[in-house]
Design a protein around this ligand. Structure first.
Ligand code: FBP
Length: 702
């Protein structure tokens, strides 16, 4: 058969056809997977019950800027079995709703749309759902597509936001808001659902305020893998335990990290350094750590709370306050990492897995100060010159030069230089790539773009340098297993006990550490001569040299960044159930005429039967925050609570997980991300731990 014909035949073969389809069995399984529906939504007839018992602190700026939605209260979607036929008819009418993704993707977004679509179509088959393309740009440019059953079905339970794509454009001026309203009105929309993170929900609140008089309702949906949208009322009731996407992303990172743990424990030569996404808060790192039990993991919030007690004590004794004793420095952090590495190595484990949160720099004093100062300098430049700092100074050298001029008092803008000579000196000690990272352009919302800074490199370069010094001092050694040492020496006809006390600091331990003073073949020889095991003209026996060689560490790392992969992961079963019901909740809030609310599910930490669809007033979640050098009203992010059960468990377990002891490691394998519950636990571990009730009444046997 001619070559061309053979290829044609191969391509035409049913097996080849099957194997080259864009969808596989897993995808098809996802597309037909039916998430559970909260029973409230079974009949489709609901009403909204105000839950005025949940209160929030007053914020005067929010009152001033969002007067028409500030008095919203928490609402619960409840069934309404007693709806009359007339009421049913009025409720079930053709409706037109728009939906937009905003910010970074998060697994489950398509399932929110599926829930919204199913709810609107169940309400009336002639209803229409429109998806705005590329985030807020779609709203501003009237770029949209009608979401048909076929389109929605293709994306059910699939990861990413590719159905309508997303963007980070901020609708931040009255002109842009008018433009967005015009788009909604031209489509005759009853409401818009904004699926986004803290900044997008902030935007949703401002749009709700702006659209209020026009009767277009705006509902937010809490999305972000970062996990930092969590809501508690003033009395501590948890109204929203976690945004959607967090569980899936954390599971996806955890799966990869657990694979690295297998590799590390097999090849025993690398430290795998994993930077895990999360712009500021370390929720993802905490969850990934609980999922995988890494040897080391850092929680940014804990580093910020660090105090150097010894320094404080000393200062107190001399009647002073040492402000430098609060918070951790990069240098100190690198020392903590080195200490852990050295401790593991002493038990023969010169390898491991560590997790560093992407936003760690936010919690390191000296860097945080740089970030705040640079934000202010860039914002002032833009405002005063009506130019863009980054376009005006495109290269790093030009930016540094501008900073230098400020520090030397050459800029009249700063009579009391915000950037002083000391800042300039310290900043110039940082490696170029890190300087460039700290000067990177802020995003639309004024956030520092941590994902673009090679944080792990900065930290690990310092670690390598310090480990080098420890090695030279003989304080970084690989412990040699005693039974291995004994059989190795015996197999080479040498008496292990004869050499042990000359070689090792303590010959009785299970892992033998070569004496710190033995740092080279020369010092090894001298130690044997001193112990009268060798004459000065004799050579060190080969097996002894070999043991010494094995005790000398070579620190090798592999760095990994887990972020975009997890954002694009398919949703877990938890996120599928969660998001489907969020979509339904958003529909019912709009259908009952509410605006400025964020759709949420209460009791996520409890069994599904207890889940409650609610609306949370976004305006009540706001606070003032520095953005691009100015204070702005934005939704407050939730950081890791250091008193939470999840953090406390992690804190207690981490020394065990470090594995600085004889024996194996404690790595945990979370397994693959699936949309059914075949392998995954049914909700994030952090949620499960935080929900444990330790009150005495719970201890009684039932
Ligand atoms: P959202 O807050 O929009 O969900 O995005 C979160 C995030 O994924 C962060 O974890 C990360 O730092 C950032 O987005 C990356 O942003 P970009 O997509 O611009 O690279």
């Amino acid at each position: 058969m001619a070559y061309q014909d053979a290829v044609e035949k191969l391509l035409d073969h049913p097996v080849t056809r099957q194997m080259t389809l864009d969808v596989n069995a897993e995808t098809m399984e996802r597309q037909i997977f039916a998430p559970r529906r909260i029973s409230v939504f079974d009949t489709g007839f609901t009403k909204i019950a105000d839950q005025a018992q949940y209160r929030f602190a007053d914020n005067f700026e929010a009152k001033r800027l969002l007067p028409d939605i500030i008095d919203n209260c928490v609402q619960k979607v409840v069934t309404r079995p007693d709806m009359t036929t007339r009421e049913k008819k009025a409720f079930c009418k053709p409706r037109r709703i728009g939906v937009v993704f905003s910010g970074g993707p998060a697994p489950g977004g398509h399932t929110v749309i599926a829930g919204l679509f199913d709810a609107i179509k169940a309400n009336h088959p002639d209803s229409r759902l429109y998806g705005f393309i590329l985030g807020s740009d779609g709203l501003l440019e009237s770029s949209y597509v009608e979401l048909t059953e076929k389109r929605v079905d293709t994306f059910r339970n699939m990861g990413g936001f590719s159905m309508i794509k997303t963007g980070r454009t901020k609708i931040d001026t009255p002109e842009k808001m008018d433009q967005a309203l015009k788009t909604c009105q031209s489509l005759n929309l009853e409401g818009v659902v904004i699926i986004g993170g803290d900044d997008s929900n902030t935007n949703a609140a401002f749009l709700a305020q702006h659209f209020k008089s026009a009767g277009v309702h705006v509902i937010g949906v809490p999305k972000t893998i970062d996990g930092d949208i969590q809501v508690k009322s003033d009395d501590g009731t948890c109204l929203l335990a976690v945004p959607f996407g967090f569980h899936s992303a954390a599971r996806s990172f955890a799966q990869n990290i657990s694979h690295l743990a297998s590799d590390a424990a097999s090849d025993v030569k690398y430290w795998h350094v994993c930077k895990v996404m999360g712009r500021v808060a370390s929720h993802l790192t905490l969850e990934a750590a609980l999922q995988t039990h890494p040897n080391l993991a850092f929680i940014g919030e804990e580093l910020a709370a660090y105090t150097d007690d010894e320094r404080l004590k000393k200062a107190k004794e001399s009647g002073e306050t040492d402000f430098t004793a609060f918070g951790i420095t990069l240098r100190h952090l690198s020392r903590v990492i080195c200490d852990a590495i050295v401790r593991r190595a002493a038990f023969g484990k010169n390898y491991g897995v560590m997790i560093i949160p992407e936003g760690i720099l936010e919690f390191i004093n000296e860097i945080q100060i740089f970030i705040i100062k640079l934000n202010k300098i860039i914002a002032d430049f833009n405002a005063i010159h009506d130019l863009d700092f980054h376009r005006s100074f495109p290269t790093l050298n030009e930016k540094l030069d501008y900073l230098r001029r400020i520090s030397q008092g050459m800029m009249e803008t700063y009579p009391f230089p915000i950037w002083n000579l000391r800042d300039d000196e310290l900043f110039n000690q940082l490696p170029d790539f890190f300087q460039a990272g700290l000067l990177v352009e802020r995003d639309f919302h004024g956030n520092f773009q941590f994902s673009q800074v090679r944080t792990e490199k900065v930290i690990m370069d310092m670690v390598k340098e310090y480990l080098g010094a420890l090695k030279e001092q003989g304080r970084y050694k690989i412990g040699i297993n005693k039974s291995y040492y004994q059989s190795f020496m015996r197999s080479r006809d040498l008496d292990p006990d004869r050499y042990a006390s000359a070689l090792f600091a303590d010959p009785k331990t299970v892992y033998l550490l070569v004496k710190p003073g033995i740092m080279s073949l020369k010092t090894l020889k001298q130690a044997l001569i001193n112990a009268e095991l060798l004459e000065s003209d004799q050579d060190v026996p080969g097996p002894v040299k070999e043991i010494f060689r094995r005790s000398e560490p070579d620190f090798k790392i592999q760095t990994h960044f887990y972020g975009y992969d997890g954002r694009g992961s398919d949703p877990t079963a938890f996120d599928c159930h969660y998001t489907y019901n969020l979509g339904m909740t958003a529909f019912h809030l709009i259908a009952h005429g509410h605006t400025g609310q964020m759709a949420a599910i209460k009791n996520l930490e409890q069994p599904f039967e207890n889940w409650e669809p609610i609306g949370i007033p976004i305006a009540r979640l706001m606070h003032l925050e520095e953005r691009k050098g100015r204070l702005e009203l934005v939704m407050e992010k939730s950081l890791v609570d250091l008193s939470s059960h999840a953090f406390q468990v992690f804190k207690k377990m981490r020394d065990t997980w470090l594995g600085a002891e004889p024996g194996g490691d404690h790595f945990r394998k979370p397994g693959p991300v699936r949309c059914d519950s075949r392998s995954a636990e049914d909700r994030p571990i952090t949620l499960t731990l935080n929900a444990i009730d330790l009150s005495p009444s719970r201890d009684q046997p039932s």
